[in-house]
Design a protein around this ligand. Structure first.
Ligand SMILES: Nc1ncnc2c1ncn2[C@@H]1O[C@H](COP(=O)(O)OP(=O)(O)OP(=O)(O)O)[C@@H](O)[C@H]1O
Length: 610
């Protein structure tokens, strides 16, 4: 993704801040401005007090006491106002962070396809964007408040410095210009480093997750992978940290030099003022005033430069937020709503590959899935079966050719409408770390609280009794690590086959879908469950269109039509009997599988015979 102009990014970040928290930000700005006047008032009162004490100007004891109290009060009030501004700003920050997260996740969940989630560059962009969303608007507003405060402080003090010794103001200006340029350079470098080490960070996180994720825990232990992954994680961490430290080292040198220059300027100024006091041209109070003013002006300028550095870094990072938040739709939506499926779904010379430079996965698929019929899809590993399903759900668009729904190109349908017409159990089905009942109900969130339907779906896949036996029945958490809403119920884990049945139950819940896709629904099921599943599929599919993928060719017998996919094209099509008679690829796969069973039967018979 391309970068954006920092000015546009800064304006967008401030606009986001304004949208999220205009009220608290205005209040914070006013209080900050008031606090900014504190140093000037305190310095002036201190000068009057010292002149009075030193006898340079006549003053009664009561006036002196009043001046001392007023100077202390001015300092105290400035501090208190500073805290109040800080609190108001914190409130604004919370609102801004909330708004930024809401906007970015709304955009991310609006991507209808899968391509962006498979793109490592987008993964980096997303990580930087979420960091920037949390940080940039508040850093920028912080900078602006600092600016307001500094301008007020400097404005009110600079007149005083000029009155004491005008060249001092010019000296401060020289130091400041140098400081701004140097810090901007550092900021630019820091943003570049954040971008450069992102891939390294991603690698570190991937290994970190492998070391802590329950799903990888078994293999990590069995194959003794912990040391390997830990070393790789630490290696990635070292690379990232040393790149960051190099930049921080340079920043420290720049900042140290700036402080040195500031001190030299201050020392020269103080010496000259003292010289003029000794010559009777200035009073002792003027010396105190000069010191206070010079220190405060320098402090304010350096503070401004430092927060400018943060602001520039965040502005550059915020470009990534904008890249995600304003990313165009990955799939263009259509508007045609043809109604429930009447004639069927047709693949017309469909070509597809995952990458522009990658191999073709589908190479001109022509296929008709007639409405109301059940189509079986078979083929060897990598033939493109799941890819075909993903195109059917429009997670991707074909590179060539088209897929039609009752004659309408899928690209002309609203995505949400199309998805609502389809129910599916994917090969890589998901078990959610949520209560078991919700795991089923997610299949139809609109009727999520209809427990009767959830129970019926669980019964249909033979899971009801298992669920009833769980500690909290349908409310049992399916997790060993994620505790829900403060509950201390540790949750449970289901077996692989039970999880698969759960995913099936979820897909069965969407009874109004036209098309039921089952991608390897019985791979983890025991023989009894697989036998029962065939009946469940037959019942739930009644009147609906079915697409069923399986390597267990025995389960394909009941399909009205079987399609054989090889190397991304349809090579055979027909009923089970017709394909056997054809004596092609299907017949070969079927015989191989049958031979395995027969060999097993033969061995079992031999074992029984003795
Ligand atoms: N997200 C992806 N990115 C890149 N290539 C992919 C992706 N998903 C699948 N492929 C590739 O596309 C080809 C077809 O994969 P697909 O999953 O469609 O095969 P399949 O017929 O379902 O295989 P199986 O029987 O093993 O499930 C494979 O070569 C695979 O490596």
């Amino acid at each position: 993704m391309t970068g954006r102009s920092p000015r546009r990014a800064a304006v967008a970040a401030l606009a986001l801040a304004g949208r999220a928290a205009a009220g608290p930000l205005i209040a914070a700005a006013l209080v900050t401005a008031l606090a900014g006047m504190g140093p000037a008032v305190a310095a002036w009162l201190s000068k009057l007090l010292i002149d009075g004490l030193a006898g340079a100007t006549p003053a009664s004891p009561a006036r002196l006491a009043g001046l001392a109290a007023a100077a202390a009060a001015a300092t105290g009030a400035a501090l208190a106002l500073g805290y109040a501004a800080g609190f108001l700003h914190r409130r604004a920050e919370a609102a801004i962070a909330h708004r930024a997260q809401a906007e970015i996740y709304q955009r991310v969940s609006g991507f209808g396809g899968l391509r962006r989630f498979e793109d490592p560059a987008f993964a980096d962009e997303l990580r930087l964007a979420t960091d920037a969303a949390a940080e940039a608007p508040s850093v920028l507003t912080n900078f602006l408040f600092g600016l307001v405060r500094s301008v007020v402080t400097i404005g009110s003090l600079v007149g005083v410095v000029v009155a004491v010794w005008p060249p001092m103001a010019a000296l401060l200006l020289v130091v400041t210009v140098f400081a701004v340029v140097a810090q901007l350079t550092v900021a630019r470098r820091q943003a570049d480093v954040a971008r450069a080490v992102m891939a390294t960070h991603r690698r570190r996180i991937a290994y970190q997750e492998l070391l802590t994720d329950l799903r990888s825990a078994k293999e990590v232990r069995l194959y003794g992978l912990a040391g390997l992954f830990r070393d790789r994680m630490l290696g990635a961490m070292r690379t990232a940290v040393s790149a960051e430290l190099r930049i921080q080292g340079r920043s420290a040198v720049v900042q140290g030099s700036l402080s040195g220059l500031g001190s030299v300027a201050l020392a020269v100024g103080a010496g000259l003022v003292a010289y003029r006091i000794a010559g009777g041209e200035l009073t002792p109070g003027d010396f105190a005033l000069f010191l206070a003013a010079a220190t405060a002006v320098q402090g304010a300028l350096l503070g401004m430069v430092n927060s400018l550095q943060d602001a520039v870094r965040c502005t550059r990072l915020f470009g990534h937020y904008l890249n995600v938040a304003q990313a165009p739709d990955d799939l263009v939506e259509g508007t045609v709503r043809p109604g429930p499926l009447r004639t069927g779904i047709v693949f017309e010379d469909v070509w597809f590959r995952y990458d522009e430079s990658g191999p073709w996965v589908l190479r001109g698929v022509d296929l008709v899935i007639p409405a109301g019929s059940s189509t079986g899809l078979v083929g060897r590993n990598g033939a493109g079966k799941s890819t075909l399903v993903k195109l059917l759900c429009r997670f991707y668009d074909p590179d060539r050719g088209r897929i039609t729904w009752d004659g309408v190109d899928l690209r002309d349908l609203p995505l949400s409408w199309l998805r609502r017409r389809i129910s599916a159990t994917f090969q890589d089905f998901q078990t959610y770390e949520l209560p078991v009942g919700e795991n089923i109900a997610l299949g139809d969130v609109e009727t999520m609280h209809d427990k009767g339907r959830v129970v019926a779906a669980a019964r249909a896949v033979g899971l009801h009794d298992t669920i009833e036996a769980l500690p909290a029945a349908y409310d049992t958490m399916l997790s060993r690590i994620f505790v829900f809403d403060g509950s201390d119920d540790p949750g449970v884990q289901l077996s692989g086959g039970q999880n698969q049945r759960l995913a099936l139950a979820r897909s069965l819940l969407r009874t109004d879908a036209d098309l039921l896709i089952l991608d390897e629904p019985s791979s983890g099921l025991d023989p009894v469950a697989e036998h029962d599943l065939a009946e469940v599929i037959r019942r739930t599919r009644e009147g609906r269109t079915g697409l069923h993928i399986s390597h267990r060719l025995g389960t394909m017998r009941q399909a009205d039509d079987i399609v054989v996919l090889a190397d991304g094209v349809v090579v055979e099509q027909g009923t089970h009997d017709a394909l056997l008679a054809l004596d092609g690829q299907y017949a070969e796969l079927f015989r191989l599988q049958a031979a395995n069973y027969q060999a097993a039967n033969y061995q079992a018979a031999e074992a029984v015979a003795g």
